[in-house]
Write a protein that binds this ligand. Sequence first.
Ligand code: PMP
Length: 388
Amino acid sequence: MNTYSSQLEQLSRQGNLRSLPAVDAQGLSIVRDGNTMLNFSSNDYLGLADDTNLKKEFLQNLNSRNVRFSSTSSRLLTGNFPVYARLEKRLAELYKAEASLVFNSGYHANSGILPAVTDNRSLILADKLVHASIVDGIGLSKARCIRYRHNDYEQLERLVSESASQYEAIFIVTESIFSMDGDECDLPRLVALKKHYPNIYLYVDEAHAFGVRGQCGLGCAEEQDVIKEIDFLVGTFGKAAASVGAFVICSDEMKRYLVNKMRTLIFTTALPPVNLEWTLFIIDKIVDMQSHREHLEAIGHKVRQALNPLNGAIVSSSSHIVPFVLGETERTVQTALKLQHEGFYLLPVRPPTVPQGTSRLRISLSAGHTDTEIDQLIHTLTKISSGL
Ligand code: PMP
């Protein structure tokens, strides 16, 4: 047996074999194997991805010159269509920042920024639970890296005080809302730590907070009034913004540096102009969607309260991402199947995406979910988990 097939067999024995599901998302539902289920597994946090009115308005106002489905070139060659400048200007204006830079995806941003801005005189201190795209960026960097225990700021402060004088620069890297646990970092505490040292850069991935938090939906940094203190504020368009791509808010100098040094920006075909136009259109809508954010916050609170006392659940979340941790992979898979049978599309999240022994259902809420649908979900989860 070759090494690939034996590895696949091993994954299958462990219950961790993945395959690509044949699904068709329609509105807030998903169709799989002929069954229509309510989707609690996408990152469409504002419920905009399949909004007919928004799509109609966008298409009606789209200038036919901008209907281009490929840029056919890197941004540094001929792919830098004028819409990039309009989008980056708008983002910088919203964040009241010097500059923003747009990338093809959050994966491109996170795997490309750290290798570009660090060298062997840098130290990266990254939260243990940062996303795989950041882990890959760390892997490509020449810097030394230490992962601190999740949200353990005493350990982080100790590491900083022990190392600050030994490195030219220290990069503290975290997510604002963590993708698999739905809990949050303590931004003011990180900012206070940064202010004690002259050589600390703060890198915050707001992928799950962009669109969702803050008065204008700019993320946790807006909500906590610390935008200016963050050196690399990364956001993505593929979740609440219902589009594709990502951005960093940074200084003008840093933007110029990244344009020269960042391989995942330089050596890839730019985004299609039509997608950039859609992103720009959506961002201006999101700014005014405070009632969507309030509803999302309210249903998040409701689900967390309801799940907290349930057998097997460890709900550390403070957001619209609510993990229902069941531990064993097989039990988690079986629970997900039962929920799907009842019309709720929830998926098991298992190792290596999450640590061994913490397999879970990741409940991903959307502002499009009604109170009735949330009550039905809570009722069904309660019923199923009491019979586990
Ligand atoms: N950062 C975080 C925290 C994420 O959860 C993800 C994707 N789930 C990404 C970055 C990658 O973003 P994208 O999907 O745009 O590549």
